[in-house]
Design a protein around this ligand. Structure first.
Ligand code: NAD
Ligand code: MG
Length: 388
């Protein structure tokens, strides 16, 4: 039997990270968690390290270093802290696959470093492809490393495309649950609270993506993610609301034939698929039953209400640094909404204002993206008149 695949989990304490560790635990002969990283949740990182005995852990927040170091003294697990360490440790020899399960722009540099070091990427951190899809996919091609999608829709598309390398895609349908505010008018949307927005009907996820799902920004980011993963033009990507979240996405080929991937909504499946690719591993996850879901339904998205989706298409069409500007604006507006500092609809208003205000750069290098990210964040904070 081959040695277990060595996995680095960036963001092991989050929703995707903890579910990835459940997958690792189920298949000890297949996977070994060699590197675990977290932002601030030292207690959980320590518990994970004691259980999984990785070679190393990184706590990004430096003030938690001593706590983690002391707790893991004598355990054989090396302890590092800080952003720099996070970027360096992804290059650790022996690591085969880096699962990027951290949130936001913070994932970009570690992902680029991992690709440059020849590691396969299991990509949950969609923001990285949104802000720097051109750089990331070019580097991955150059290094000959795969980017294996973890996002359920993109995993679905990826699975539909197995064996279809020579067959052009006519279009894809990305499915969306519609979130907790499906069918709301703009007036209704003005009144919603963070607590309401944090209740997703079908998925349990981290706070940022849950708000993005409620505001349709998540689907907008996923449209851009799909463009880069599957080399599509904007007009080939369509979003369709499917409230049951059973059909995870659909590929339509040039003969009109459509392939869909379906199953119960459970992120462990796409995580497992990305880690085990190209194999499918037998598991005991709950199975879908047709008779429990006698009707699967579909609707369009009203982008005059859910404006973020339209903004994402505009950003994708403009290209260059525009998706980066949108993503950064959204990271800030999303946080301000969660903190109760702005209304739900103000998120899309601020995102749009940032896209209009900041300079478009058609072919940004990494430094330009870092600068656009910072400028967009500063713009939104100022426009929202919020003190940090
Ligand atoms: P989460 O908030 O539950 O967890 C985030 C993890 O990243 C935590 O371990 C945290 O410590 C770490 N982290 C956060 N900010 C960091 C920083 N600045 N530096 C270093 N580490 C940091 O988030 P999540 O829901 O697991 O989502 C993770 C990523 O996966 C996001 O990009 C999200 O869009 C994507 N995704 C999530 C789901 C889901 O079901 N949760 C589904 C599809 C895609
Ligand atoms: Mg998704």
């Amino acid at each position: 039997m081959p040695a277990p695949k060595q996995i680095a989990i960036l963001g092991s304490t989050g929703s995707i990270g903890t579910q990835a560790l459940e997958v690792v635990e189920q298949f000890p002969q297949k996977f070994r968690a060699s590197l675990l990283t977290a932002h601030t949740r030292a207690d959980l990182l320590i518990a994970q390290a004691l259980k999984f005995r990785p070679e190393a852990v990184v706590i990004a927040s430096e003030e938690k270093y001593l706590q983690v170091k002391n707790a893991l003294a004598g355990s054989g697990v090396a302890v590092h802290a800080g952003r720099q360490a996070l970027e360096e440790l992804v290059e650790m020899p022996g690591i085969d696959t880096v699962l990027t399960a951290l949130v936001g722009f913070a994932g970009l540099r570690p992902t680029l470093r991992a690709i440059a070091a020849g590691k396969a990427i299991a990509l949950a951190n969609k923001e990285t492809l949104v802000v720097a899809g051109a750089l990331v996919t070019a580097l991955a091609r150059q290094q000959g490393v795969p980017i294996l999608p973890v996002d359920s829709e993109h995993s679905a598309l990826f699975q539909c495309l197995v064996g279809e390398a020579h067959n052009p895609i006519e279009k894809i349908y990305l499915t969306a649950s519609g979130g907790p505010f499906r069918g709301y008018s703009y007036e209704q949307l003005r009144q919603v609270t963070p607590a309401q927005a944090l209740k997703h009907p079908n998925w349990e996820m981290g706070a940022k993506i849950t708000i993005d799902s409620a505001s349709m920004m998540n689907k907008g980011l996923e449209v851009i993610e799909a463009k880069w993963l599957f080399d599509l033009r904007p007009e080939q990507i369509e979003v369709i609301v499917h409230p049951q979240s059973i059909i995870h996405s659909v590929v339509q080929f040039t003969d009109g034939s459509m392939k869909a991937q379906m199953g119960l909504p459970d992120m462990k499946l796409p995580i497992q698929y990305a880690l085990a690719y190209p194999h499918r591993l037998a598991n005991t996850f709950a199975r879908f039953s047709f008779l429990e879901y006698p009707s699967l339904t579909f609707e369009t998205v009203d982008t005059t209400v859910f404006k973020n989706l339209k903004l994402a298409y505009h950003a994708m069409q403009a290209g260059g640094n525009m998706p980066c500007i949108l993503n950064a604006a959204n990271e800030v507006s999303n946080r301000l909404f969660r903190q109760g500092k702005i209304s739900f609809v103000a998120m899309a208003e601020l995102n749009e204002a940032a896209m209009q205000a900041l300079d478009h750069h058609p072919a940004p290098a990494l430094e330009d993206l870092i600068q656009a990210d910072a400028a967009s964040r500063a713009f939104v904070l100022k426009a929202a008149k919020v003190k940090v």
